[in-house]
Ligand binder design. Structure first.
Ligand SMILES: [Zn+2]
Length: 303
């Protein structure tokens, strides 16, 4: 196994066994080394700079924020701190900027991700993903009553006495695959992507489907190519907003492309020589922090 993909492997101990202990959140908040990361809408509070860092807020410095937060969760422990996350998405834009003045900026993690250290990137991804889930599960999917956060922010429970359904944080599995015929890789591009960027094909897993079946279905849907061998590569949390990317290398059983224009703007076969020289042809590979890039780089290294 190679190095872990970005947004994972931050070394945080989630302390999941303590979440159900009475008074645990209060004890964490009382610890000197407790640090809070704040999420406003889909943005994390980040201290800008050449090497941006999360704003790690001491509890005493932001008491009013904690009182006003819509959700609070204990994330876990790393060498330096006990980490918590709060969601203050109900603040207006003006309010959010006023509160953060002198501390940091509300920043889209997708914009700064590649500039962050691994530990910081995975912490902010975790906070963003968990807060996003809370914000969209305020009502019970079974009976429609309001839900409350429980177990240190890792469960939402229905407040209706006759229902009491527990809802757990969701991560949507998606497959992402580099399909190759030995010498050439199959890459496509969506219309909304930056000009010239090509990447691996990808898609969401459907109910009743194995990962290998999803790979075969998505590749055929988007490109008309049939795959033969499908081999697991690695995975990556991708909380934009709630995916787990499961990466594969797959060999092609056919070569003739039938482009599905409702999914892709273009799709083609690219040799290693072409891909190593991609920039010279006005094209670009996916961003450096993505599993897509790693699937391509690892395939290039094999030839
Ligand atoms: Zn309910």
């Amino acid at each position: 196994m190679g190095p872990m993909n970005f947004y994972a492997g931050g070394g945080l101990d989630r302390l999941a066994h303590l979440r159900t202990e009475d008074g645990w959140v209060e004890r964490v908040l009382g610890e000197e080394r407790a640090r809070v990361v704040a999420v406003w809408q889909t943005r994390n509070l980040v201290v800008a700079g050449d090497r941006p860092e999360p704003a790690l807020l001491p509890v005493e410095a932001i008491r009013p924020w904690l009182d006003e937060a819509r959700t609070l969760a204990v994330l876990g422990e790393s060498g330096r701190s006990l980490h918590l996350a709060i969601d203050v998405s109900h603040w207006s834009e003006e309010e959010a900027h006023r509160r953060a003045a002198g501390i940091g900026e509300w920043t889209d993690l997708r914009r700064v991700g590649p500039l962050l250290g691994r530990e910081d990137g995975s912490l902010l991804a975790y906070a963003r993903g968990l807060m996003w889930w809370h914000a969209r599960h305020r009502f019970c999917g079974v009976c429609g009553s309001p839900t409350d956060s429980a177990e240190a922010g890792h469960v939402r429970r229905c407040t209706d006495e006759s229902c009491k359904a527990s809802h757990f944080p969701r991560t949507d599995p998606a497959v992402i695959m580099l399909v190759h015929d030995g010498d050439r890789a199959l890459l496509g591009r969506q219309k909304v992507w930056p000009p010239g960027m090509y990447s691996t094909l990808a898609g969401f897993v459907e109910p009743g489907e194995s990962l290998e079946e999803t790979v075969a279905r998505e590749v055929f849907e988007e490109s008309g190519i049939r795959v033969a061998e499908v081999r697991y590569h690695s995975s990556q949390p991708w909380p934009f907003p709630a995916s787990l990317m499961i990466g594969f290398h797959a060999t092609a059983a056919t070569r003739s492309i039938r482009l599905n224009q409702s999914e892709l703007e273009d799709c083609g076969w690219f040799s290693r020589v072409e891909l190593r020289d991609f920039g010279q042809q006005g094209k670009a590979l996916p961003r450096a922090d993505s599993i897509a890039r790693r699937l391509i780089e690892d395939w290039l290294a094999q030839g």
